[in-house]
Design a protein around this ligand. Structure first.
Ligand code: ZN
Length: 302
């Protein structure tokens, strides 16, 4: 009697496990990325085995994000949480604690060489000493992607071959992208390789690709530019003969329009730094974002 009940249980468990193998979406590994760029990478490496949600979605500013109760639920249900680190998501630790999630939390920037904030401009991003925008060079992106691959393998060992294959082909695409960016820089006269931005998010890009991004103290995603800031920027553009200025999807563009009107510097369109766009926008993926940015910079500096 006992034995037949046990056998029955095993049969029922066996059946439901087999049904769970179907592609219903319910059995995909639930991952959470802190912001849209990491989401893109987790999706590329995870493929069909992973369902990934970004806490800070397209077009939104992760520097000043305030998590919602819905975010705590998403985090609680996740098996893997992927964050940038380097002080980028000041709100993530409290969210993870409050959610009581059992998920593994991985810092995807582990292994990159961190830069001091503000070493190329005069502006320090938020209050951090470390520049968190490490994804702004393709070589670092390859490190992030390898970290994400390894984290997925740790939480889902049966997916190893899938994650390894997806990561390898994506890293090949990144290699081609890196070459493309470097070729574009060579088309710009060396003396013209400098731009001004509102948000000092391009320090890694500047160091790796040799274009100076000059930002101005007091002008950030968190503070409104004052008349004094505007006057300083105008002096800077004139003194350093800066050919172009850019604004981002996370900052107020009105400032730069005023500066351009007074200096004659070219407004180079929108550079995307901290967030992708929605599908159909100018930068729905990381590769689209980097390609868009270098195209805009090269066009404005020709
Ligand atoms: Zn930023």
């Amino acid at each position: 009697m006992r034995r037949s009940v046990l056998a029955l249980i095993l049969v029922v468990v066996g059946v439901s496990a087999a049904q769970g193998q179907g592609a219903t979406g319910d059995d995909r590994l639930k991952a959470v990325a802190s912001f849209s760029i990491l989401r893109d990478w987790v999706q590329n490496v995870g493929g069909g085995r992973v369902e990934v949600t970004a806490l800070v979605g397209p077009g939104a500013d992760a520097h000043v994000y305030a998590p919602s109760p819905a975010d705590a639920k998403i985090v609680a249900a996740a098996k893997l949480i992927v964050v940038n680190g380097l002080g980028f998501e000041g709100w993530i630790d409290r969210l993870v604690q409050a959610s009581a999630t059992k998920a593994a939390v991985i810092v995807a920037s582990t292994g990159i060489a961190p830069r001091q904030a503000g070493t190329l401009g005069t502006f320090r991003d938020a209050a951090a000493d470390i520049d968190p925008h490490a994804w702004q060079t393709v070589r670092n992106a390859e490190i992030y992607v390898a970290n994400i691959r390894d984290a997925l393998i740790r939480v889902d060992p049966p997916g190893r071959t899938v994650y390894e294959a997806n990561a390898a082909s994506y890293i090949q695409e990144l290699d081609r992208l890196d070459q493309e960016v470097r070729r574009a820089v060579t088309t710009i006269a060396p003396a013209r390789r400098k731009v001004i931005t509102t948000h000092n998010a391009f320090g890694y890009f500047a160091a790796d690709y040799g274009i100076a991004f000059i930002a101005q103290q007091g002008v950030s995603t968190e503070t409104e530019a004052s008349a004094k800031d505007v006057a300083r920027i105008i002096r800077l553009i004139r003194a350093q003969n800066i050919p172009a200025l850019f604004f981002e999807n996370v900052t107020d563009p009105r400032l730069l329009r005023r500066v351009a009107a007074e200096t004659g510097a070219r407004i180079g369109g929108t550079l995307f730094s901290d967030a992708l766009t929605v599908t159909g926008g100018l930068a729905p993926t990381y590769i689209d974002m980097m390609r868009h940015n270098i195209d805009e910079v090269a066009a404005a500096l020709k």
